[in-house]
Write a new protein. Structure first.
Length: 159
């Protein structure tokens, strides 16, 4: 299955924004250590880390020239989906350690918080890709507002 837009997004994410990929794992293990005994703290810090890591989608659009989509012959919607997939895969660096520790340490209650974090990951990745598609160079500003509201809502419900 040929997916040039996904390969390009993965390449762009790794070459230009490697900090998000490696930072996700560092943050994931820091959140694991900080919140080992408290699922509310894991929800707060884990959600904040996921919101930051999912910000890779609008950052990718800011350095990706618009003419490249036309030159490669890919659809705009496919590029947005590819950016969202990259953001979700990077956020798994946070969700993996935090979700496993929540599920092991706190059982069913921790597993529901981990599922909530997965939902937040998908929402922020899709909204980041949407903001990138709508505002290209200024998508980070729109994403930041959306992400802060999503983080606050998540902490209010799960924290």
């Amino acid at each position: 299955m040929q997916r040039p837009e996904l390969l390009r997004a993965l390449r762009n994410g790794w070459r230009a924004h490697r900090l998000f990929a490696t930072g996700a794992w560092v943050l994931g293990f820091l959140v694991l250590v900080v919140s080992w005994n408290d699922p509310a703290r894991a929800a707060f810090w884990g959600a904040g880390a996921i919101v930051w890591v999912s910000g890779v989608a609008p950052k990718m659009a800011s350095v990706d020239p618009r003419w490249l989509d036309d030159a490669l012959g890919v659809r705009h919607s496919d590029v947005l989906v590819a950016r969202a997939v990259v953001a979700v895969s990077y956020a798994m660096g946070v969700l993996g350690p935090v979700g496993v520790s929540l599920s092991i340490r706190h059982g069913g209650a921790g597993a529901t918080v981990a599922l909530g974090l997965l939902g937040l990951t998908i929402v922020t990745a899709v909204s980041g890709a949407w903001a990138a598609g709508a505002w290209r160079r200024h998508g980070q500003w729109a994403y930041s507002a959306i992400a802060l509201v999503a983080w606050a809502g998540f902490v209010r419900v799960w924290g």
